[in-house]
Design a protein around this ligand. Structure first.
Ligand SMILES: [Mn+2]
Length: 439
């Protein structure tokens, strides 16, 4: 992807953002929009800041966000970028941006964010999408609820520019996943795999969209396993890695599970992979995402029965809630500037909640899919002690083959996660495409 092509796509993306702003500002009676990038936050009793995490509402406009900057927009005018470049010799000030997107803005370089008010002058009713700060105090209404909701709701359907950024983030992630698997095969520890991942992704840890989950053996049964063991265990049976990358602010979110060798766990991974791809094929405009989640439970019930983990029929395993013992999270979520992108449960642009199916409290997306939605499809099968114990206690455990479970438990669990775009025709699987491109 050349910068020129990205620039053309960005131009269309920005026109779409401005059109949204025109509509939403008029609906809510505002004259203009101020979107802040956010500031640095300091650790308690300390002069070190936490890593800078930009306001996602700002990142929708600006591909490389730096602290204390503002986009301002009045319908009928070009947007401004009020770019904060402090005089500072403790830290290197950010360079005035260049690149495919900068020419679309009137650039105003300021030494202090407090100059924002002077630049905007008097008059007009501004909607401010930013955390309150000294720079925006008194300029307008902060995060007016209805207006902010409409912008967030619209973010679910990605522009072609955003999809291209996510395709690039997928390539970075796939490349790093390949390096991670190679490190696993070469005998690396969880921690060493993490380093190999970051190097291949070209990212420092704080630039990744979320903390890498790098889990051997029973660690894979912890959904958000957060440690990185420095020591490789004596016997390594399985390796689950859930790790993504960013491109121009946009995320990929990819999970793969590897068996150390052939055998039953390896066969279970292959079975879940087939199911995962059939579920990804359902990502089409008009589909109720809740139906994909419930289909995942039915398909996983089939795997559990075929592999002798559960007795009886798949229908019974689904109806009695037995599948939730082995698959206790949602089938996926919206993906974009945030790993769990906003408004997954929204009933509409004016708010309200679209309910989750009864008995499925962790599903993060309940909307009907539309063209441009990018979602994850991430079924799993885990052997989690506390959930197995609960099933044994409430009677569901009578259908479980405990010998099979004990044999598989040392492998922890399996998750396979791709990022999929809904659109005309067959779904676009950004993750499989990226793995093919980096083969
Ligand atoms: Mn995910």
């Amino acid at each position: 992807m050349t910068q020129a092509v990205l620039g053309t796509l960005y131009g269309d993306h920005l026109r779409e953002l401005c059109a949204r702003a025109d509509r939403v500002l008029a609906d809510h009676g505002f004259d203009g929009l101020i979107v802040g990038s956010g500031g640095l936050r300091y650790q308690y009793l300390d002069d070190n800041s936490y890593p800078f995490k930009p306001n996602p509402r700002y990142a929708a406009w600006i591909p490389d966000a730096t602290p204390d900057c503002f986009v301002t927009y009045r319908p009928g005018s070009r947007p401004w970028l009020v770019f904060h470049q402090p005089d500072d010799y403790w830290y290197l000030p950010p360079s005035v941006p260049t690149g495919y997107w900068v020419a679309a803005f009137d650039l105003q370089v300021v030494r202090s964010p407090g100059e924002l008010g002077r630049l905007l002058g008097a008059g007009g009713r501004w909607a401010v999408l930013a955390e309150p700060s000294a720079a925006t105090a008194g300029l307008g209404d902060h995060d007016p609820a209805g207006l902010a909701m409409e912008f967030d709701y619209a973010r679910a359907a990605k522009t072609p520019y955003e999809i291209e950024c996510m395709a690039q983030a997928s390539v970075l992630g796939a490349r790093a996943h390949r390096a991670a698997e190679a490190a696993f095969r070469a005998g690396a520890s969880e921690y060493e795999i993490h380093l190999a991942y970051c190097q291949a992704a070209g990212a420092r840890e704080e630039e990744l969209p979320y903390n890498n989950i790098i889990a051997f053996n029973t660690h894979a049964a912890v959904l958000h396993y957060q440690h990185l063991d420095r020591q490789r265990p004596n016997a390594t049976r399985s390796f689950l890695i859930d790790a993504g990358a960013r491109y121009a602010g946009y995320c990929s979110d990819i999970t793969r599970t590897h068996a150390a060798g052939p055998g039953e766990f390896h066969a279970l991974i292959a079975a879940l992979d087939t199911v995962q791809q059939s579920l990804a094929d359902r990502v089409r405009p008009g589909t109720d995402y809740r139906e994909i989640h419930l289909a995942a439970h039915r398909e996983i019930a089939g795997i559990l029965v075929r592999h002798g983990i559960v007795a009886g029929t798949p229908e019974a395993a689904f109806e009695t809630g037995l599948t939730s013992v082995f698959f206790p999270h949602g089938i996926g979520h919206l993906l974009g500037l945030q790993v769990h992108d906003v408004c997954g449960l929204a009933a509409g642009p004016q708010g309200g909640t679209r309910p989750r199916p009864a008995g499925h409290p962790y599903l993060r997306l309940t909307r009907d899919l539309e063209a441009g939605f990018v979602v994850t499809i991430e079924p799993g099968i885990y052997f989690i002690d506390s959930l197995l114990a609960a099933a044994a206690a409430d009677g569901r455990g009578r259908a479980i083959d405990w010998k099979r479970v004990e044999a598989l438990k040392p492998c922890g669990g399996i998750r396979i996660e791709d990022n999929v775009v809904a659109g005309a025709g067959a779904p676009r699987n950004l993750t499989r495409e990226a793995f093919s491109a980096t083969a």
